[in-house]
Design a protein around this ligand. Structure first.
Ligand SMILES: [Zn+2]
Ligand SMILES: [Zn+2]
Length: 142
């Protein structure tokens, strides 16, 4: 398991390594040996370039498995703001389970706010946010 720390509010979500690797393969930045991915925080709805933490600390307040039960994990590709740029802003996006796939675009446009998420060429996503692609990584079971 790995944790992703929101670069905005500091809250974390825990993920199976196999899921995180899919996102890291799509797009990741390495800063001083640390891995950063674009992350849509389900707590504050901010899009940030956030750190993947290798060694998970012991969880005190919340049971992470319970928390993740309420989330579906998507890989979401957002349109980059720079015209002609071929890169997209690839995000790890844990989304509350009650939001259906059909409601996802509306949820994204109404609630998400970019702070530091960037495409591979370091451009922000375009506004209004536009989903170019999305893949559900978990949540189909049950
Ligand atoms: Zn946050
Ligand atoms: Zn770009």
């Amino acid at each position: 398991m790995r944790e992703v720390h929101c670069g905005s509010c500091g809250s974390t979500t825990r993920h199976q390594l196999s899921i995180l690797e899919k996102i890291i393969q799509l797009q990741a930045a390495s800063v001083q040996g640390e891995t950063y991915i674009n992350y849509a925080c389900p707590q504050c709805n901010m899009l940030t370039r956030s750190r993947v933490v290798r060694r998970a600390k012991a969880f005190r307040e919340i049971d992470p498995t319970k928390f993740l039960d309420n989330l579906r994990i998507y890989a979401v590709s957002l349109q980059c703001a720079k015209k002609g740029c071929k890169s997209r802003v690839e995000l790890l996006a844990p989304v509350m389970r009650e939001i259906t796939e059909g409601e996802l675009l509306l949820h994204v446009q109404m609630n998400w706010c970019n702070r530091s998420a960037l495409c591979a060429e370091n451009h922000p996503p375009s506004y209004p946010l536009q989903i170019r692609d999305r893949v559900m990584l978990t949540g189909t079971e049950k």
